[in-house]
Design a protein around this ligand. Structure first.
Ligand code: MGD
Ligand code: MGD
Ligand code: SF4
Ligand code: MO
Length: 746
């Protein structure tokens, strides 16, 4: 037996930990943290080693499934693609491109081949394109695209150099951090304390992160915008506003000060549940220290989500903490970054709000419509109605609002195809399921996450295990679906499509007058990229023409895919550095901090201050040994006590007559579920918490372990009607509910 160790980046969450995977004779022996990984230095969480469990899971699909007479039967790939061509293409021919809807889920952002080839599918269908982003970071993306010109230009907290971190609505001790990529968030937070700094958590729950923090400010759900507005208000009122060097590129700051004048700490305190004197002092601390401010799911899945996301940057800017070491900074990714090519400092800006959903007119952005519009676009007859759906790496029946109604809508479709490794709550509605290779069966490069990492790093991993018999690479599956939608048939020449894409991108690179290969002959560049094909060719092009690239010989010693392959533990490209104005891609080359949609939305903040608070609201939470909806079929992660439990404060439990380990019926305007109760003072009075991604006991799923302890789907309580109008993000947190004791059962 010849054991060999392979090094690769874990693709399960945003932390990008390096794994050392021992393999012999095609079998994984063990998975450990890679101590030599330039970014993670050996850190990993319990999910890292579960890659093996995912791969070996007997329920994992290895062959396509086609529905015949109500039953799924295994079939070969050619038959599956032919079945799709036969059913999907006629729908487009008869009803047009908008008749096919697409939903891509969270793992897609960890799938490098997928990201690179998705545009082919986007180009082949109409505007009904949805993604998990619109039940996640969409508000943050909108703010970044309006202020800085690119959706992924997220200011990330410079954890390794900050003196004070203000963490709002994020629980990295469970989630490992989000929209601020770094392995070992817990260790980095403790390091802040060890070097004499502090971190403060603003969260309605005393989360694991809040327990480790220097201070926990328990905030009333959905009131973050008021809290942040008051922080900025103090800066303006006390004459503290000094944006520093970036100020030269900012317009409208005084106008923002005027607009925030009514939101004093005293005015917002009772709404937020945070003491006015504490807010005042905090504003001064943020000015006097090297401070970073970071908001996440808690600020993104609520009514004032876009406003809160904007105010995070307003506070960073006012307190002099935007784009400085120790504050909130911008990464400079090595390949395919949205703010690293073209003219430095100027760009096309955003497509936000330039197109809208058909039924409700919700705003689109980045070529996508909000997922909260999906159900009505399927249900509502008329021109542009969705008649067929493609889901890829997503489980919207559990992850988006009103899952029961979505399930009915999916069942009403003329045709549905899913690309997924499981027959689960969503894919059970498909007519054809195309399995995807597992993480260890594909190569990996974090195209998305390096765009907002806390250090500039680059790490490429090769595939470790062979794909199952007949299984294409996932990008090939996507390209083939695109070909089918375009009318090229089930046996279209995928290689030709790939060549076309690569030559288009090579021509764009050669035409970029600010890039390192401007004016070179695309054919010469193509020769240097040969014999690579597929995503690797495009990655090599991206790396070589990127900010650290070898410029195809113009910058000897620079990055290329070969250089990354020679460095299996990754290449460290250094700490973040200030990037304004060079990273801007707004049409003006400036930051309009008083952008109209955000300032206008302050009207709703005024309304919040006078709206009575519901007596009970539901929020979510994340758990370390889980990942959204799809890692509940792994025995090693499911050990221990039941996790899908409703946390209720002791005062509320007493008032409502709930008993420990008893059951409660939780009812909202759209749904009613029964959950097991855990009485816990970690949630504030008036707030209950239930994790999302559960509810596996639906007919037809093939998840033997998950169904043993299925939990309940918290999103049955969320309605598609309640959305942040600026982003279309639903309120998956802060849902008003009524609760009563019950005997158990569904
Ligand atoms: N109430 C509430 N709801 C929430 C949230 C919340 O905090 N509260 N969070 C939201 C957030 S942040 C997110 S990101 C969404 C997630 O929403 P989704 O992305 O819709 O859901 P996931 O549970 O991530 O489902 C991922 C699916 O992809 C499959 N899969 C895994 N890897 C691959 C792959 O490589 N290829 C393919 N083709 N398939 C793969 C899995 O089997 C699974 O079916 O949920 C959102 N929903
Ligand atoms: N173990 C694990 N890790 C994960 C995931 C997972 O499911 N499990 N999912 C991954 C994904 S897709 C994402 S997007 C990230 C998310 O990463 P995080 O945002 O760090 O994850 P959450 O634990 O959902 O943290 C949200 C926090 O917001 C709080 N909150 C709820 N409502 C409000 C509010 O109105 N205001 C404020 N201030 N706080 C509020 C909740 O109590 C919770 O503690 O995690 C990723 N990592
Ligand atoms: S923290 Fe995230 S990236 Fe690191 S091992 Fe765990 S799941 Fe994988
Ligand atoms: Mo997410």
């Amino acid at each position: 037996m010849n054991a060999e160790t392979h090094y690769r980046t874990c693709p399960l969450c945003e932390a990008t930990c390096g794994l050392a995977i021992e393999v012999a004779d095609g079998e994984v022996l063990r998975i450990r943290g890679d101590r030599d990984d330039v970014f993670s230095k050996g850190y990993l969480c319990p999910k890292g080693s579960s890659l093996q469990g995912l791969h070996d899971d007997p329920d994992r699909l290895r062959q396509p499934l086609v529905r015949r007479g109500g039953e799924f039967v295994e079939t070969d790939w050619d038959t599956a693609f032919a079945a799709i061509d036969e059913r999907l293409r006629p729908i487009i021919v008869e009803h047009g491109k908008d008749a096919v809807g697409l939903y891509t889920g969270n793992p897609w952002s960890h799938n490098f081949g997928g990201i690179v080839y998705l545009p082919l599918l986007y180009g082949a269908i109409g505007k009904n394109r949805f993604a998990a982003a619109s039940v996640d970071q969409r508000p943050r993306e909108i703010v970044s695209s309006v202020l800085y010109g690119a959706r992924t230009s997220f200011p990330v907290p410079d954890l390794d150099r900050t003196e004070l971190l203000l963490l709002i609505g994020s629980d990295p001790f469970e989630s490992n951090g989000s929209i601020a990529t770094a392995p070992d968030w817990p260790g980095r937070l403790r390091a802040i304390q060890q070097r004499g700094g502090r971190f403060i958590v603003v969260d309605p729950r005393r989360s694991a992160t809040a327990r480790a923090a220097d201070e926990h400010l328990a905030i009333v759900p959905g009131t973050d915008a008021a809290f942040l507005a008051a922080l900025a208000n103090v800066c303006f009122a006390d004459g503290l506003v000094d944006p520093g060097a970036v100020g030269e590129y900012v317009d409208g700051l005084a106008a923002v000060g005027d607009a925030l004048a009514p939101f004093t700490p005293e005015v917002v305190a009772s709404t937020c549940g945070i003491d006015a004197t504490r807010i005042r002092r905090l504003a001064h601390e943020l000015v006097s220290l090297r401070a970073s401010i970071h908001g996440r799911i808690g600020t993104c899945l609520q009514d004032l989500a876009t406003l809160s996301s904007w105010l995070l940057d307003v506070v960073s800017l006012c307190t002099g903490n935007l784009d400085v070491a120790g504050g909130a900074m911008f990464a400079k990714p090595a390949a395919l970054g949205l703010n690293t090519s073209g003219r430095p400092g100027i760009g096309n800006g955003t497509d936000y709000d330039t197109f809208h959903s058909r039924v409700r007119g919700l705003p689109g952005a980045f070529g996508q419509l909000p997922a909260a519009a999906m159900i009505e676009e399927i249900e509502t007859a008329g021109d542009g109605q969705i008649r067929a759906m493609i889901t890829i790496a997503g489980n919207p029946v559990l992850s988006t609002p009103d899952g029961a109604r979505l399930a009915r809508a999916l069942e009403s479709l003329e045709f549905m195809v899913s690309v997924d490794m499981y027959l689960n709550e969503t894919t059970r509605h498909a007519d054809v399921i195309l399995p995807a290779p597992t993480a260890m069966q594909r190569s990996h490069y974090d195209v998305a996450f390096y765009q907002f990492a806390l250090r500039n790093v680059a790490n490429y991993s090769t595939a470790i295990l062979p794909r199952d018999a007949g299984m294409p690479e996932e990008w090939e599956t996507i390209a083939r679906l695109a070909a089918i939608c375009r009318g090229l048939g089930a046996t279209a020449d995928i290689t030709a499509m790939d060549d076309e894409l690569a030559s288009l991108l090579t021509m764009i690179a050669a035409g970029d007058e600010f890039g390192p290969v401007h004016g070179r002959d695309p054919a010469e560049l193509a020769e240097q990229l040969a014999p690579r094909a597929g995503p690797e060719r495009i990655l090599d092009l991206g790396l070589r023409t990127g900010p650290y690239g070898d410029g195809f010989g113009a910058r000897p010693g620079g990055l290329s895919l070969d250089a990354l392959i020679a460095a299996p533990h990754g290449i460290d490209l250094g700490a973040l550095e200030p990037r304004i104005p060079e990273m801007l891609r707004t049409p003006t080359g400036r930051i309009d901090i008083a952008a109209a949609p955000f300032v206008a939305d302050l009207v709703r903040l005024h309304e919040l201050l006078t709206t009575p608070r519901p007596s009970l609201v539901l929020i979510g939470r994340r758990q370390l040994r889980s990942n959204n909806s799809w890692q509940h079929n792994i025995r090693t992660l499911m050990k221990g006590k039941e996790r899908c439990v409703l946390q209720v404060h002791p005062d509320d439990a007493e008032r409502l007559g709930l008993t420990p380990d008893g059951h409660a019926r939780v009812t909202s305007v759209v749904g009613s579920i029964v959950a097991r109760v855990e009485i816990s003072d970690t949630v504030m009075p008036g707030v209950v918490s239930l994790p999302h991604g559960w509810g596996h006991d639906l007919p037809g799923v093939r998840l033997a372990i998950a169904v043993e302890r299925p939990g309940v789907n918290s999103n049955l309580l969320a309605t598609t009607d309640h959305v942040d109008p600026l982003s279309g993000n639903p309120h998956l947190n802060g849902i008003p509910v009524e609760i009563a004791p019950t005997e158990g059962g569904p």
